[in-house]
Design a protein around this ligand. Sequence first.
Ligand SMILES: Cc1ncc(C[n+]2csc(CCOP(=O)(O)OP(=O)(O)O)c2C)c(N)n1
Ligand SMILES: [Mg+2]
Length: 363
Amino acid sequence: MAASKPKTSPKVAAEKARAAGAIVDTLRAFEPPAPVQFSKDEELRAYRDMLLIRRFEEKAGQLYGMGFIGGFCHLYIGQEAVVIGMQMAMKEGDEVITGYRDHGHMLATGMESRGVMAELTGRRSGYSKGKGGSMHMFSKEKHFYGGHGIVGAQVSLGTGLAFANRYKGNDAVSITYFGDGAANQGQVYESFNMASLWKLPVIYVIENNRYAMGTAVNRASAETNFAHRGISFKIPGIQVDGMDVRAVKAAGDMALAHCRSGEGPIILEMLTYRYRGHSMSDPAKYRTRDEVQKMRSESDPIEQVRARLVNAHAMSEDELKTVDKEVREIVADAAEFAQNDPEPDVAELWTDIYADDIPQAAE
Ligand SMILES: Cc1ncc(C[n+]2csc(CCOP(=O)(O)OP(=O)(O)O)c2C)c(N)n1
Ligand SMILES: [Mg+2]
């Protein structure tokens, strides 16, 4: 007897199964929250903090061009609303870990401009005593765990931070940032599995800036909706307008509440854009000037807040100029400091190699 022909194609069957599946329902329950309205104080804080990152990065770019900064340097210009919106939602004790595009994350946690800039110029007052540079800075005090040059490596480390918090029984959350390119790394999914299985308090913030070095997202990723990357692991995810600091704050509030209530991990895909090249040595020939210009003129995160301050909060140009001036002074002071601070002593070559103080796990 001839085998009967299947009535539906595998593709249609898969689609039907997916439509009926509980996981899809789980995802549906995570509709992005509406952007919160900010008070004047919140708008001002967002404006100042994002502007500090923008001006700091512009200065870092200049110092690089002048030869004061060596090695790698990846600027965060364009993506400021992501870290500032998240920081506005976080509370003391929450932890941050990210990749190499990390200066904005450091400043957002409250690390000092002088210490970050001096590390970029390889000087002794830098956060790693001038021995780490752009990609390798840390601050235990500000709960900032780096700064990692291996794409995706911070995802397993950030999951480990969440495991430690769970183990210690505190309510801190690990905010683990990575890019669209990093989202294709194998260790990301090993981490997702463990985080979901053990309900670890971690927010995976995927900063989708549309490119991984010179490769556009749709050329490198089979699934370009990164909020759905946790489906196989029952991790909910939402897409967020990462150019609107209020949308980021609202998503951050919701994700932090989710983690603190013991529900386990969550993914926030931030739709964002980097204005500069991948690093200082990238002429960015893989995209048009018009594309960059359109983002800058229509979606700039800082301009959005500035417009609201003027139109909704009646802030005058003079008042805004005072904030701009204050930020410029902080950055100028940091740059001056970072050019004049001495280089580390040669003896520092032999320090900070082994840990002196190794925490022991409880019996
Ligand atoms: C394991 C590993 N593979 C490759 C590289 C080289 N590399 C550095 S950055 C990068 C692109 C990552 O892009 P994405 O995750 O989107 O972050 P973005 O630079 O856009 O912030 C690559 C492939 C690396 N550093 N580590
Ligand atoms: Mg990217």
